[in-house]
Design a protein around this ligand. Structure first.
Ligand code: APR
Length: 267
């Protein structure tokens, strides 16, 4: 909780609030760290159980799927079981409230995520997903969604079948795969365009819960700064992101509510 924050860090949160209170165009990039306090392991957390022998990077790729589609599909079914009962944490709720306030005050607020879970949406955020959606599937060969969107976006995920048998596409008999961007695959064009435009035109770019290791997402902070934005990073651990103006080295679920409180006190 806030008690875990040092006076120095609280002063940095105050400085961030004073910067944000006078700006009207905010761009947020989140990574797996924003869902960590909801109980979802981050991407580079060590894998557990049966999957301990595998690195996520070795499963989330077209080559891995071509080599052993059943293994990759099983891994995603396992991840869905891991995620399906997890709920948004204060970080998600704070970002959703902030976005709502921005809309009401006719300010610009864009939320971009690298995450494939839907916890931002569950908290009420409108979100741009750069790396796809864990709860959506499509044919690996012809791209046809599977099943139709309504069923896939079933809000009661408990009814989703976690069976790990491979499914064949009804259009072309290719294998069904998660609608997720794998290593070596292109990002969704519209999502990337939205992210680039928001980063290039914001006054403040906030990177939350990402190791800033994977491009092109990791390059958005630099694009923002090149266009005159200030950069804030919220992460309990250091990252290779060297262009940060304010570092808030603590858990997002603790820092974000405090940041909102301090911003509210300034308006
Ligand atoms: N609050 C904020 N940050 C946190 C928290 C927390 N409570 N807990 C952990 N973190 C930070 C970690 O310190 C780490 O820097 O979250 C970051 C998670 O980093 P990764 O596991 O690398 O996840 P991410 O940055 O989202 O990965 C980016 O890489 O593998 C691809 O497509 C995958 O979207 C993923 C992308």
């Amino acid at each position: 909780m806030v008690a875990e924050l040092s006076p120095k860090l609280i002063a940095e949160v105050q400085r961030a609030a004073e910067l944000l209170a006078v700006q009207s165009r905010i761009c947020i990039l989140t990574g797996a760290g924003v869902s960590a306090e909801s109980g979802i392991p981050t991407f580079r957390d060590k894998q557990t159980g049966l999957w301990e022998q595998y690195r996520a990077e070795d499963l989330a790729s077209p080559n891995a799927f071509a080599r052993d589609p059943r293994l990759v599909w099983s891994w995603y079914q396992w991840r869905r079981q891991l995620v399906h009962d997890k709920k948004p944490n204060p970080a998600h709720h704070t970002l959703a409230q902030w976005q709502q306030d921005a809309i009401e005050n006719k300010k610009s607020f864009t939320l971009i995520t690298q995450n494939v879970d839907d916890l931002h949406e569950q908290a009420g955020s409108m979100t741009t997903h750069l790396h796809g959606h864990l709860w959506r599937n499509r044919c690996h060969d012809c791209g046809t969604p599977y099943p139709n969107k309504a069923e896939t976006l079933d809000s009661n995920k408990k009814s989703i079948n976690f069976d790990d048998s491979l499914i064949s596409c009804q259009q072309c008999s290719g294998y069904i795969r998660p609608d997720i961007v794998w290593f070596g695959e292109a990002l969704p064009v519209q999502a990337w365009q939205t992210a680039e435009n928001a980063a290039a035109s914001c006054d403040v770019f906030i990177s939350i819960g990402t190791s800033s290791l994977v491009y092109p997402a990791a390059g958005l902070a630099q694009l923002a700064q090149q266009n005159g934005a200030k950069v804030i990073e919220i992460n309990p651990n250091p990252t290779p992101n060297t262009i940060v103006d304010i570092t808030l080295a603590a858990n997002a679920g603790v820092v974000l509510p405090l940041l909102m409180q301090k911003m509210a006190a300034l308006t």
